[in-house]
Design a protein around this ligand. Structure first.
Ligand SMILES: NC(=O)c1ccc[n+]([C@@H]2O[C@H](COP(=O)([O-])OP(=O)(O)OC[C@H]3O[C@@H](n4cnc5c(N)ncnc54)[C@H](OP(=O)(O)O)[C@@H]3O)[C@@H](O)[C@H]2O)c1
Length: 252
């Protein structure tokens, strides 16, 4: 129930933050991992570092929002694994502005990477996920999907859309044996939030809203992703696990 040995796992955005923590945790649990990101040197460096530790791991340079790159990912999996057990749609970005200040290009980029790309990749990999006896998709959403947390509207829209994508695909693909779930982190220490969390006043206000009195570590989000990939969660689909240190239930 609690194992992932020999499972074939794809993590998008795997070179930093939550994605990197997922790559490391899946490898520690005995899975084979393919990870992607857009920065060639970071992909190569992480692949080398993890291979030196004896892990079965491969990195590919791929922009999740480019169809041709996602087709290359599909090609690599078809040629090397022939099926896929776990897809973690983790790659995400944010551009923080007031709604009226975004250019059309900026807000469409946020929606493309955070919302459209997971749909494209899940659809592309559907035939390979169907071939696995027990396959799962885990989408990394956000607290911003559920309430306004000052991230900017396009990011919040993208993550709220991702939650409904999770529920709709979970129903549509249940009969194919594919579970689809989401994890919604609140503030987590990663390069994405580094600048924001360095602002003492912002950090103070985040912590004062969070009953556990701190922000999350990336590995605390990765462990939920891993749980949702295991047979231990085999009756769970279409759900969103909120990892927010109690923030959303803290009324006063
Ligand atoms: N950190 C938080 O507080 C927090 C809270 C809620 C939700 N989240 C969500 O958690 C996920 C991971 O966030 P994070 O904080 O770990 O971010 P991060 O530290 O910025 O890392 C993002 C990773 O994704 C890659 N990436 C970005 N755009 C990509 C694209 N188009 N195609 C492929 N890879 C791409 C980045 O590498 P390259 O830039 O080199 O491509 C990097 O490896 C995101 O979906 C984010 O929205 C984070």
């Amino acid at each position: 129930m609690w194992r992932l040995e020999s499972k074939k796992v794809l993590v998008t955005g795997g070179t930093k933050g939550i994605g990197k923590a997922c790559v490391e945790q899946f490898l520690e649990l005995g899975a084979k991992v393919l990870f992607t990101s857009r920065t060639s040197k970071e992909v190569q460096d992480l692949e080398n570092e993890l291979k030196d530790q004896g892990y079965q791991v491969k990195g590919l340079v791929a922009d999740a929002s480019k169809l041709s790159d996602s087709e290359n990912v599909l090609k690599w999996i078809s040629e090397n694994w022939s099926s896929l057990d776990v897809l973690v749609n983790n790659a995400g970005i944010n551009i923080r502005k007031k709604a009226h200040e975004y250019s059309e290009e900026e807000y469409k980029k946020v929606l493309d990477i955070n919302l459209v790309a997971p749909f494209t990749l899940s659809r592309l990999l559907f035939p390979l996920l169907k071939l696995s006896a027990e396959s799962t998709i885990i989408n990394v959403a956000s607290s911003a999907a559920l309430q306004d947390v000052g991230t900017g509207t396009p990011y919040a829209m993208s993550k709220a859309g991702l939650l409904q994508q999770t529920r709709s695909l979970a129903v549509e693909w249940a009969s194919e044996g594919i579970r689809v779930n989401a994890v919604s982190p609140w503030f987590t220490k990663t390069p994405l939030t580094e600048g924001y969390l360095h602002n003492e006043e912002k950090m103070k206000s985040i912590i004062s809203r969070t009953p556990l009195n701190r922000v999350a570590e990336a590995k605390e989000i990765a462990s939920i992703v891993a749980f949702l990939a295991m047979p231990a969660s085999s009756f769970v689909t279409g759900q969103n696990i909120v990892a927010d240190g109690g923030m959303s239930i803290n009324a006063l």
